[in-house]
Ligand binder design. Structure first.
Ligand code: ATP
Ligand code: MG
Length: 283
């Protein structure tokens, strides 16, 4: 079936066999310090080659979910207490974060972490070192990344600390790409950036997705932009995944957006009972 007007495929299309699910998150519960429950029932599946947006308000559990996916919670005194997360079929809780990176699961943490006293290019090269020490391969990857982010080529000799917020976000993404990910995980790439830069970054992510088949999981409070570029979306509310569906359909439903994503101007919140059949509650 052809993609719709916006290039999105609908949820009803071609259910794929399970081995096409690159990431399966099933009924995950997570706590910090054995006390604070951050997640209590998060489930979603990301199919290979697709973009999934994880939406939700402040404190909904987006960052916790992403850290759980990369098995980074133990480093924050957090833990997954129940449920499973499988990346390419294997349980991430049994693998070290570094092993997951080498297996192609690479995360861009919130806040565009760059080494500020290194140049843009040195930051990118640092991202490739774990994978390959060969200069020719690194140069090849740099060229590929500069192709996607021409701004970074212009700024390659500039210290990252002196580049703009948008350029730092691009550097952080570029550095992740140097690991040649199969699944790229991003935490709020739009945060603090001007709308045009946000568009630019999301357009580039979609181009990467289309041209290379890169699967992307992106957490966003900015649901408007995320829904424009994602194939599917899962909405988190107080640590629970409450809704999942095709992004194009979610985007068109004013009532759903108002109820779950706080985009209402009228101040009227429809009942969840009006959820359309093709968007289904998962909890
Ligand atoms: N390191 C931590 N220690 C203790 N509690 C935490 C920690 N990190 C997050 N929490 C709590 O876990 C819950 C989920 O937070 P999380 O950061 O995952 O939400 P979020 O959806 O990413 O929010 P935001 O949009 O503000 O980034 C919140 O109640 C938060 O206070
Ligand atoms: Mg967060």
């Amino acid at each position: 079936m052809a993609p719709d007007l916006f290039g999105f495929r609908t949820a009803k299309e071609q259910p794929m066999p399970n081995d096409d699910v690159i990431l399966a998150v099933d009924t995950v519960h997570a706590t910090y310090n054995h006390a604070i429950t951050a997640l209590h029932g998060v489930s979603f599946e990301l199919r290979r080659g697709q973009i999934l947006a994880l939406l939700g308000a402040n404190g909904a559990g987006k960052t916790t979910t992403l850290k759980a996916v990369s098995n980074l919670l133990p480093a924050e005194r957090g833990q997954v207490n129940a449920g499973t997360i499988r990346y390419e079929g294997s349980d991430v809780s049994r693998r070290k974060p570094g092993d997951l990176v080498r297996a192609g699961l690479v995360q861009v943490l919130e806040g565009r972490h760059c080494f500020k006293s290194l140049t843009v290019e040195e930051n990118l090269v640092a991202g490739g070192i774990g994978r390959s020490g060969r200069r020719a391969e690194i140069n090849e990857d740099l060229e590929r990344i500069y192709g996607y982010f021409p701004r970074l080529r212009e700024k390659r000799r500039t210290l990252s600390g002196l580049t703009s917020g948008g350029e730092q976000q691009m550097t952080a993404i570029g550095r992740a790409l140097m690991s040649r990910p199969r699944l790229l995980v991003l935490d709020e790439p739009s945060m603090g950036l001007a709308p045009l830069i946000v568009q630019d970054i999301f357009q580039t992510l979609r181009k990467l997705n289309r041209e290379t088949g890169l699967s992307i999981l992106v957490a966003e409070q900015n649901s408007a932009v995320a829904l424009r570029y994602a194939d599917h979306a899962t909405v988190l509310e107080n640590g629970v995944s409450v809704l999942t569906g095709a992004a194009a359909e979610l985007r068109q439903r004013e009532d759903i957006r108002a109820f779950y994503l706080g985009q209402s101007t009228a101040g009227q919140q429809p009942s969840p009972a009006v959820k359309p059949a093709h968007l289904h509650a998962v909890a």
